[in-house]
Design a protein around this ligand. Structure first.
Ligand SMILES: N[C@@H](CCC(=O)N[C@@H](CS)C(=O)NCC(=O)O)C(=O)O
Length: 351
C-alpha cells in the first residue's frame, strides 16, 4: 500500500515536471532552460513593458513625434529584440525618481532602464537584480555662470535644488555635512520642476548626476549661462534593473547588455552585421550563435538573439554615439569607453 502510494506520488511529480517543462522551455544541448514568469508574460503579451525617464534628453525623453528616445530607452529596445525578435515590441512607462521602487515591485513594469544608481540598499530592499552598468556617472553641481562660484565651499550659506527619491538627495546631505557647510536643500519631485526651481532663483545651485546636468545644460536656452563645477560627489553606476523574482529574465537582460559591449569590441555594427554571419572566427560564431554554437539557447531565447539586437539596435558604441555623442551633448566616452580603450566597459566571454 505504502509502496503504491510512493509510486503514485513519484509519478505525479514526474508528470508535473514534464508539464512544466513543456510550457515555455527551450530544448538545448545538455538540458532545458525553463523560462521565468516575467519572460513568459512578455512572450504571451507580445511586448516588453519598460520603465524609463521622460525628462532627461539624451537618456530618456519623449520626442516631437511622441516617441520615447534615448540611451536608456535603447536598452529596452535591445531586450525586446533579444526576447521577441522585434526591437519595437516595447511599451514605455515614464517614471520619476520616487516612482521606481513601487513600479518594479508591483509588476507595473517588467524592467527599468532609467538613470538608476546601483546601490546595496536598492539591490536588497527593492528586491531587484541590477544588470551590468551601462553608464558610469557621478554626482555634480551646477550654478549660474554669473554667480562666479567655482567650488562647493563657496556655496556655504546658500541653497541647492535637489530631486526627491534619488541617491542625489542622500549624497548631497553627506557632502554638506562632511564639508561642514551650511547649505539649504530645496526639494522637488521631478527633474523639470527642479530645473525650473533653479532657473527661477529658488536656489543658488542644482545638484544631480553629471549626465543629467549635461543634458539640461546642453538643451538650455543659453548653455553658456550655466557652469558645472569641477567636483564629483559620488559614484553613480547607472543601469537597468529587473525583479529578483525572475533570475532567468535577469540573465537575458544581463547578457543582452554584455552583448552590446561585446559587439562593439568585435567591431560588429547594425551596418556590417551581415558580413559577420559567414565569419570563420570561433569567437564570433559563438557570440552570434552561428553554426550550432549555443548562445541564446542558454538563455531560453533565439540562439542568434544578438544578431537581432545588433541589426535592430546597434552595438553599445552606436547607441552612445546616436544619443550622447551628437550635438547638443557631444559627450566624450570618458570612463564609458571599452576597457581596450582605457574605459570601464568589460564583458565576460560568450562561451
Ligand atoms: N541616479 C540617481 C538620480 C536619478 C534621477 O532621478 N535623476 C533625476 C535628475 S536628472 C531625473 O532623472 N529626473 C527625471 C524625473 O524625475 O522626471 C538615482 O538613481 O537616484
Amino acid at each position: 500500500m505504502l509502496r503504491n502510494k510512493r509510486f503514485f506520488l513519484l509519478s505525479l511529480v514526474l508528470v508535473v515536471s514534464l508539464l512544466a517543462g513543456a510550457t515555455g522551455s527551450f530544448a538545448q544541448e545538455g538540458g532545458t532552460t525553463q523560462l521565468g514568469p516575467i519572460t513568459q508574460r512578455i512572450i504571451d503579451r507580445g511586448e516588453l513593458i519598460c520603465g524609463v525617464n521622460a525628462a532627461v534628453p539624451g537618456f530618456g525623453v519623449v520626442n516631437a513625434a511622441g516617441e520615447y528616445v534615448g540611451f536608456d530607452v535603447d536598452a529596452c529596445h535591445a531586450v525586446a529584440a533579444a526576447i521577441l525578435g522585434d526591437a519595437n515590441a516595447v511599451s514605455f512607462r515614464p517614471l520619476t525618481g520616487a516612482d521606481r521602487q513601487a513600479a518594479i515591485q508591483s509588476g507595473e513594469v517588467d524592467m527599468i532602464s532609467r538613470n538608476t544608481t546601483y546601490t546595496l540598499s536598492r539591490d536588497v530592499t527593492w528586491a531587484v537584480i541590477f544588470a551590468p552598468t551601462t553608464f558610469y556617472d557621478g554626482q555634480g553641481v551646477m550654478v549660474k555662470a554669473d554667480l562666479g562660484v567655482t567650488t562647493m565651499e563657496e556655496l556655504d550659506g546658500g541653497s541647492m535644488c535637489v530631486q526627491s527619491g534619488t541617491t542625489t538627495e542622500l549624497n548631497i546631505t553627506d557632502a554638506i555635512t562632511s564639508r561642514g557647510l551650511d547649505i539649504d536643500l530645496v526639494v522637488f519631485p521631478d527633474a523639470p520642476g527642479t530645473w525650473e526651481g533653479y532657473l527661477s532663483g529658488r536656489c543658488d545651485a542644482w545638484t544631480t548626476d553629471r549626465s543629467g546636468l549635461v543634458s539640461y545644460q546642453a538643451t538650455a536656452e543659453d548653455p553658456g549661462a550655466h557652469v558645472i563645477l569641477d567636483v564629483v560627489l559620488s559614484k553613480e553606476p547607472l543601469g537597468p534593473l529587473t525583479p529578483q523574482s525572475d533570475e532567468q529574465f535577469a540573465e537575458i537582460v544581463r547578457w543582452t547588455i554584455f552583448g552590446l559591449i561585446t559587439a562593439e569590441e568585435y567591431g560588429i555594427t547594425s551596418e556590417n552585421i551581415d558580413d559577420f554571419l559567414t565569419s570563420e572566427s570561433p569567437d564570433i560564431q559563438r557570440f552570434l550563435g552561428l553554426n550550432d554554437n549555443p548562445s541564446g539557447s542558454y538563455l531560453g531565447i533565439a540562439n542568434d538573439f544578438m544578431v537581432n539586437v545588433i541589426r535592430q539596435v546597434g552595438n553599445y558604441g552606436e547607441i552612445y554615439a546616436r544619443h550622447l555623442g551628437v550635438a547638443p551633448f557631444n559627450l566624450a566616452r570618458g570612463v564609458n569607453a571599452l576597457w581596450t580603450d582605457g574605459g570601464l566597459l568589460y564583458a565576460p566571454p560568450f562561451r
